[in-house]
Design a protein around this ligand. Structure first.
Ligand SMILES: *[C@@H]1O[C@H](CO)[C@@H](O)[C@H](O)[C@H]1NC(C)=O
Ligand SMILES: *[C@@H]1O[C@H](CO)[C@@H](O)[C@H](O)[C@H]1NC(C)=O
Ligand SMILES: *[C@@H]1O[C@H](CO)[C@@H](O)[C@H](O)[C@H]1NC(C)=O
Length: 401
């Protein structure tokens, strides 16, 4: 009656519906698959909510990772969650490399890039063909725009073998584009900071690891009698790990050591005023250069960078402590006489201070410099004392220097 009819209908109509549905879904599936396939390469994959493993698969598909290894990996990690004590013969062994940089032990050493450089690259083409040159020396100047003529003259004394880096303390950077060299320079702009503040933050030894020598210079240096390539030749020849060019005697001279001598290539020791040196091999008679135009070898800089304190931004006292970083210091620290500079003593960053209590801005800066010097000396002496005590050694009577 009604039932068989219904059954009859339901046994025939649904069947055709079903096959229709199968065909329909097959067509839709194929279309979707096709659309998906053709649209996939142009879709921004980060906007698709895939599991990250798939995204990384897609991003890394040129690196030889296959779906199969991904699946294997997913399977073994799932299996190891279920039963830790089973050692699955197919399991991918864990990577742990104690000699990797701290914190990166889980990476295969072949992928670890622990150092970088300041070389400029292109946005296109073969990465391996990006670099037309790889400078082995770095020079940094801490600058304000008002010193542009001086800096332009100084930069021209550094060949194309130098990476040029400017730290701008006055926030003006685009103005420097009037100089052709500015386009290949690295510009770092942070207002009202000091040379050592920038150096600590932007010249980490692993960042500047490609450079044999690093010049960390002030902006008020006269370079008429200076040539950087010739300077480096002398520094290599005389084994100077930390150095500076001799200073034109009549200007800005605090110490005998940094005074230029006309009759030689370099000098490493000097006479000072009576009573100034407790030991002829110690600062300020030897093992000593100032911090206005310092040049570091890669190894010396790695040590000095670690000694620079984050809060002591003026670097006062650092000159007396540089000797801690090289051994023997009185042979590896010195002044290059035949490539020399003039310290012009132009007040610059000092004027960026703050007028307080009726005192000029530079006075507050100067007071801070002296205070920092004291703090640094105390910290260094305390650190050495702590080390000796930790090691059961009676601390030697260390002089302030
Ligand atoms: C894990 O495997 C071990 C050894 O095959 C077995 O004795 C143990 O019961 C397993 N544990 C679980 C949670 O399956
Ligand atoms: C740059 O370095 C290369 C290799 O050391 C040297 O041959 C070349 O003379 C240097 N350029 C200048 C201008 O000194
Ligand atoms: C170290 O200094 C103290 C006090 O300044 C002095 O009494 C002591 O003799 C000195 N020791 C040495 C080994 O010079």
């Amino acid at each position: 009656m009604a039932k068989p009819g219904i059954l009859g209908r339901s046994s025939s109509v649904p069947r055709s519906n079903e096959s229709m549905r199968i065909i329909f879904s097959a067509v839709v599936g194929v279309m979707l698959g096709y659309l998906f396939g053709i649209s996939f390469p142009t879709v921004n994959i980060t906007k698709l909510h895939f599991p990250s493993s798939i995204i990384s698969y897609i991003e890394d598909r040129n690196s030889g990772i296959t779906t199969q290894t991904l699946l294997n990996h997913a399977w073994t990690s799932a299996a190891s969650h279920k039963n830790n004590s089973v050692s699955n013969p197919d399991e991918i062994p864990k990577i742990y490399v104690p000699t990797n940089p701290k914190g990166a032990e889980r990476l295969p050493p072949g992928i670890v890039a622990s150092e970088t450089d300041l070389y400029l690259r292109r946005l296109w083409g073969e990465p391996s063909e990006d670099l037309t040159s790889q400078p082995r020396y770095l020079v940094t100047f801490t600058v304000g725009y008002s010193q542009k003529a001086n800096i332009d003259a100084a930069v021209k004394k550094f060949s194309e073998n130098f990476t040029i880096m400017l730290f701008h303390y006055d926030g003006r950077t685009t103005e420097w584009n009037e100089f052709e060299w500015s386009k290949r320079a690295i510009h770092v702009s942070v207002r009202k900071q000091t040379k050592w503040w920038y150096a600590k933050r932007f010249l980490h030894p692993d960042v500047v690891a490609r450079y044999d020598y690093i010049f960390i210079w002030d902006e008020d240096l006269g370079v008429e009698h200076f040539n950087a390539e010739a300077y480096i030749k002398l520094v290599r020849k005389h084994g100077l790990e930390i150095s500076q060019p001799g200073l034109e005697p009549d200007k800005g001279l605090t110490w005998q050591m940094t005074k230029r001598r006309g009759d030689q290539e370099v000098h490493k020791v000097t006479e000072e005023r009576p009573g100034w040196c407790t030991d002829p091999h110690l600062p300020p008679c030897a093992a000593f250069v100032e911090i206005m135009a310092t040049v570091f070898s890669r190894d010396a800089w790695r040590c000095v960078w670690h000694m620079i304190q984050n809060d002591l931004v003026h670097g006062w006292g650092l000159d007396f402590a540089l000797r801690k970083c090289v051994e023997p210091a009185h042979e590896k620290i010195g002044v290059v006489d035949s490539q020399w500079i003039v310290h012009q003593v132009i007040p610059s960053l000092g004027n960026q201070g703050k007028a307080e209590n009726g005192k000029a801005p530079w006075e507050g800066v100067r007071a801070r410099c002296r205070k920092e010097w004291g703090i640094f000396q105390t910290r260094l002496a305390d650190a050495e004392k702590a080390y000796y005590l930790d090691h059961g050694i009676t601390p030697p009577n260390l002089t302030g220097a």
